[in-house]
Design a protein around this ligand. Structure first.
Ligand code: UGA
Length: 438
C-alpha cells in the first residue's frame, strides 16, 4: 500500500521505516529541507538502535523515500499519517500549531478521498477539531471531497522503538468510520497475523488511551520512588519490595525500578498536558499533579544524597556516568541527570561526565555548560570525590571497581539506578548507596 508520513521526527521515522519494511511504499515528508537532504543520504537525526540499517536498506530498495513537497506527499497515498511535534506550552496547553499547519497543507493539495491518521500525542478532541478545520478549509476552497479522521496512538519507547512498532503489545485505532478502520486493519495485517490485539474504538477514547497509559506508567515510577524513599528511612530494600509487589499480577513487575525520577520527551510533557486538559474543564487533577511533583522532588533528593555522601559539594569533583534520560538513546530531554547536574553546579561542584551516546547532544544544546566531557567511564572517574551512575547503560553494568578505586579521589559510589548489589561494591572498599536500599 502507498503510505505518506508527515513529520520525520522520532515517531515519523520509526513508523515510516517499519511500515516500509512490511512491504509498503512509504513517502516521508518534512518541512526541514536540511533534515530531508540528510535522510536522503542515510544520515539520521536521532540515535535509535536498528533504525539506520532499516532506513538504508529500505531507501536502497525504493520502499522508503523522503521529500519536502507536501503536494507530492498528499498525492502519494490515501492514508496520511501525521507525526509532527506537539510541544506543551508554559500554561500546560498542548501546542497544536504544527498539526494545524499540516491540516492546512493537506487541504491545499487534496484532490481525492483521504484517511488522516494522527499518531502524535494530542489532547482529547484534537482529531475531531482537526477534522472540522479541514472540512471548513475544503469548503472555503470549493472542494467537495470526503475524508476520515483516525487516531492511532504510538506506544514506542526510545531505545526499542523498532521492535515496539513491529511487535507491539496492542494497536489502538480510534475512528467512527468502517472504511477507515478497514484500511488500518490492512496496514497492520502483519501484526494482526502475529496475534497482536487491536482495539477499535472512538476517536476521543483512542486519544485518551495514550495519555492515560503514559500517566499511569509515570505514576508507577513516582510511586516506587516514594516507597524507595521510605525504604531508606526504615531499612527495607526497595528492589526486593518491587519484586514482591510485582509478583501480584494485578500490579505487575514492570516500571517499578526506583531511580532519580523519570525524564524524556513524553512522560513529563504528557502529564502537563493531561493536567492542562482536566483543568480546562474545571477539573482538579490532584493525582496527576502529584506524580509530577513527586518526580521533581526525587531529583532534588538525589542532589541531597550526593551532597550528604561528599560532605560538601563546594569544590568537590562529581562524576556522572550517563546523561541521556535512559539507556540506548542520545536523547537528553528532561533527563534527570541534567536537572541534578545543574543543581550541583549551582552549589559550586566540579562535574566530569561520560555518556556513550549523548555527549554531543549535551554540548550542542548547552554549549556553555561548565563541565568536563570525558571519553570513557574511567577517565571521567579520575580524581572524583563521588561517582554517580545516573543512566543504566550496559557498559556501566560491569565496571572494574579495582581500577576505579585506584583512580578516584574518594571511593564513593552512588548507584541511582540500583544496577549493583550493595555488597558487591562495598567489597571493593567503596561507600555505596543505591535508591531505596542500604
Ligand atoms: C514512554 C512510554 O514507555 C512509551 O510507551 C510511549 O510510547 C512513549 O513514552 C511516548 O509517549 O512516546 P520513553 O519516554 O521512550 O517511552 O521511555 P520509558 O522507557 O517509558 O522511560 C521513561 C522514563 O522513566 C525514563 O527516564 C526511565 O529511566 C524512567 N523509568 C522507567 C524509571 O525511572 N523506572 C522504571 O521502572 C521505568
Amino acid at each position: 500500500m502507498n503510505i505518506s508520513i508527515i513529520g520525520t521526527g522520532y515517531v515519523g521515522l520509526v513508523t515510516g521505516a517499519c511500515l516500509a519494511s512490511q512491504g509498503n511504499n512509504v513517502l516521508c515528508c518534512d518541512l526541514d529541507s536540511a533534515k530531508i537532504s540528510d535522510l536522503q543520504k542515510g544520515i539520521l537525526p536521532i540515535y535509535e538502535p536498528g533504525l539506520p540499517e532499516l532506513v538504508t536498506r529500505l531507501t536502497d530498495s525504493g520502499n522508503l523515500s523522503f521529500t519536502c513537497e507536501m503536494s507530492e506527499t498528499v498525492r502519494h497515498s490515501t492514508v496520511l499519517f501525521i507525526t509532527v511535534n506537539t510541544p506543551t506550552l508554559e500554561n500546560n496547553i498542548c501546542d497544536l500549531g504544527n498539526v494545524l499547519e499540516v491540516i492546512k497543507g493537506i487541504a491545499d493539495h487534496m484532490a481525492s478521498y483521504k484517511i488522516i491518521v494522527h499518531k502524535s500525542t494530542v489532547p482529547v478532541g484534537t482529531g475531531r477539531k482537526a477534522g472540522d478545520i479541514l472540512k471548513a478549509l475544503l469548503a472555503e476552497q470549493g472542494k467537495d471531497l470526503e475524508f476520515d479522521m483516525v487516531s492511532n496512538p504510538e506506544f514506542l519507547r526510545e531505545g526499542s522503538a523498532v521492535n515496539d512498532f513491529l511487535s507491539p503489545e496492542r494497536i489502538v485505532i480510534g475512528t467512527a468510520c468502517e472504511k477507515a478502520a478497514a484500511f488500518m486493519m490492512e496496514i497492520y495485517k502483519k501484526q494482526r497475523r502475529n496475534g497482536v490485539p487491536m482495539l477499535l474504538t472512538g476517536l476521543e477514547t483512542a486519544e485518551m488511551i495514550k495519555y492515560a497509559s503514559n500517566a499511569f506508567l509515570a505514576m508507577k515510577i513516582s510511586y516506587i520512588n516514594e516507597i524507595a524513599n521510605i525504604c531508606e528511612l526504615c531499612g527495607a530494600d526497595a528492589v526486593e519490595v518491587a519484586i514482591g509487589m510485582g509478583l501480584d499480577k494485578r500490579i505487575g513487575c514492570k516500571f517499578l525500578s526506583a531511580g532519580p525520577g523519570f525524564g524524556g520527551s513524553c512522560f513529563p510533557k504528557d502529564l502537563r498536558a493531561l493536567s492542562g486538559l482536566g483543568k480546562s474543564y474545571g477539573y482538579d487533577t490532584g493525582l496527576i499533579d502529584c506524580i509530577t511533583e513527586t518526580n521533581r522532588r526525587q531529583k532534588r533528593r538525589m542532589v541531597q544524597k550526593i551532597a550528604a555522601a561528599v560532605g560538601s559539594l563546594k569544590d568537590s569533583t562529581i562524576t556522572f556516568l550517563g546523561i541521556s534520560f535512559k539507556p540506548d538513546t542520545d536523547d537528553i530531554r528532561e533527563s534527570p541527570s541534567l536537572a541534578i547536574i545543574r543543581d550541583i553546579l549551582d552549589k559550586n561542584a566540579r562535574i566530569r561526565i561520560y555518556d556513550p551516546k549523548a555527549l554531543d547532544n549535551l554540548k550542542r544544546q548547552f554549549p556553555g555548560l561548565p563541565v568536563t566531557y570525558c571519553d570513557n567511564a574511567y577517565t571521567a572517574c579520575e580524581g572524583s570525590d563521588c561517582v554517580v551512575l545516573a543512566t543504566e547503560w550496559n557498559e556501566f553494568a560491569c565496571l572494574d571497581f579495582k581500577r576505579l578505586k585506584s583512580i578516584v579521589s574518594k571511593p564513593v559510589f552512588l548507584d541511582l539506578r540500583n544496577v549493583y548489589s550493595p555488597e558487591e561494591v562495598k567489597a571493593y572498599g567503596f561507600h555505596y548507596e543505591g535508591v531505596g536500599r542500604k
